[in-house]
Design a protein around this ligand. Structure first.
Ligand code: V55
Ligand code: FE
Length: 490
């Protein structure tokens, strides 16, 4: 623990998570009319929001993991070819208590036993993972706590949002799915009581924003369930043995660890019938996925698509049985389940043969057959790998796999440049699948600056349509969303 007196000014320790382009940014800025190279398409009218984990204070325990930073929201509003930047910390309970104390009071990631006793029982949520827009509400999400509602114009924090008391779980995923056909939001929660446990709840939220139904089932073990799959007919969970255990947490061990002696299983749940119709499948090997692309139905077959690695997420949460085990890169896979067969087996195929992460599709095709896939990637034919950061090797490219044409193309961001998760924006509501733009924050590492790059999603290899130049570095983020201007208030 930091032994300096309470009044000491903060100084971040020299850790990988605090170094170079990953250094805490901590700035809440408004920059009106950012500089632009090229021209922002006039049709792009709306606001891009995304979440990052930007620690307000040096870690209470002297060290930390990058998943534990305080939620900082970045927004870039586009209108008439102009761009305005706004960044704000989410005023979580944690943020406010620490700001008042001028130091960290909360300790390790999801470990309340490491907190200052003065904050016992207070909300540890950081709201640092994703931003979601549904039924006119902007929510900042972190999977260990309930959503936090933000004002979409000012980014001011409105407070915890529990669906008018209908949210039964103390947690809520950072990866809810919005069904573009019904307008419903389908979300889930794991570790639902706020500590390690096996219950998983599925929450159904109507197009108008009411939480109308919750279903609950038990997983075979308590583990990280970061994302899930929703098709028109089914909901599926792929469960990997990145397990958590309250005794280990109490002992101060990392919140998650990899246990490859446990099986990888898939739960398939019919949307209409719910968990009474749950079926379990078994993956014959080990491996882990963090993020899903999409899921869709083809006759009696459910397809689910995700980036899958043959190892766990060992760079962040090591294998306790074999600490020397190394993380393997993720590849895009399609798993296919014949729901009419009694077998617990399923078919696996490569979706395309390219490493990647941060999978994105045209959101109008979520839950249905899609053929346009976008992702962050590294392509050493186009440029060298960059120095590893806290998340491992940074992306150097945005990839596009066009399944209709069987073609893969790349946007290479240039020397010392690292693009982040792309965000797809359709050209118009009626435009064909994949006809639109990709927005991606690009770290200009040599300049300690960030650009928001706009690509034509049908021609990512042609380079930027426009580059919006930030005069500062925005801390690397996780997930974001686009909200069209006509949906925003005021
Ligand atoms: C992930 C991210 C998290 C987290 C747990 O990407 C898993 C996976 C940004 O926070 O808390
Ligand atoms: Fe995620």
């Amino acid at each position: 623990m930091d032994s300096r007196p309470m009044s000491a000014a903060p100084r971040f320790p020299d850790l990988l998570i605090h170094r170079g382009y990953a250094a805490p940014a901590r700035m809440e800025v408004d920059v009106y009319d950012l500089e632009v190279d090229g021209e922002i398409p006039r049709e792009l009218a709306g606001c891009y929001y995304r979440a990052s984990a930007d620690p307000q204070y040096p870690p209470r325990l002297g060290t930390d993991i990058f998943l534990n930073g305080d939620g900082m929201i970045h927004s870039v509003r586009l209108e008439n070819g102009h761009a305005d930047l706004k960044t704000r910390y989410v005023r979580t309970e944690k943020f406010k208590l620490e700001r008042a104390a001028r130091r960290a009071l909360f300790g390790a990631y999801r470990n309340p036993f490491t907190d200052d006793p003065a904050v016992a029982g207070r909300n540890r949520g950081t709201a640092n993972t994703s931003v979601c827009w549904h039924a006119g509400r902007l929510l900042a999400l972190k999977e260990d706590s309930q959503p936090i509602e933000l004002d979409p114009r000012t980014l001011a924090t409105r407070g915890t949002f529990d669906f008018a008391g209908a949210l039964t779980s103390k947690t809520f995923t950072a990866h809810p799915k919005i069904d573009p056909v019904s307008g419903e939001m389908i979300a889930f929660a794991y570790n639902t009581e706020g500590h390690t446990s096996t219950g998983i709840e599925i929450h159904f939220i109507s197009a108008s924003g009411e939480l109308t139904r919750t279903e609950r089932f038990e997983a075979p073990y308590a583990s990280m369930v970061h994302d899930f799959h929703v098709s028109q007919r089914s909901i599926a969970f792929t469960l990997y043995p990145m397990i958590n255990d309250w005794e280990r947490v109490r002992n101060g061990e990392p919140f998650f660890h990899w246990n490859s002696t446990l099986p990888t299983v898939v739960a398939v749940i019919p949307r209409a019938e719910g968990v009474r119709g749950i079926r379990w499948y078994r993956y014959p090997g080990i491996g882990m996925a963090t993020h899903s692309f999409n899921s869709w139905d083809e006759g009696p077959v459910l397809h689910l698509e995700q980036f899958f690695t043959g190892s766990g997420w060992l760079s962040q949460f090591p294998d306790i049985r074999d600490p020397s085990a190394r993380e393997l890169p993720p590849f895009a896979k399609r798993w296919s389940f014949d729901l009419t067969s009694p077998s617990e087996e399923f078919a696996q195929a490569a979706l395309f043969d390219q490493i990647g992460e941060m999978p994105v599709i045209d959101p109008r095709y979520l839950t249905q057959r899609a053929r346009q896939y976008f992702f962050g990637t590294i392509n050493t034919d186009l440029g060298p790998m960059l120095e590893w950061g806290p998340k491992g090797p940074p992306f150097t490219c945005i990839g596009h796999f066009d399944e209709a044409r069987g073609a893969t193309s790349f946007y290479y961001a240039g020397r010392n440049s690292a693009p982040e998760e792309p965000c797809f924006v359709p050209r118009s509501p009626a435009a064909p699948e994949g006809d639109g733009w990709l927005l991606t924050m690009v770290g200009r590492r040599a300049e300690n600056r960030t650009d928001l790059v706009i690509l034509d999603a049908r021609a990512v290899g042609a380079g930027p349509v426009a580059t919006i130049r930030m005069p500062c570095r925005l801390h690397e983020g996780f997930h974001g969303t686009w909200v069209p201007l006509e949906q925003l208030p005021g």
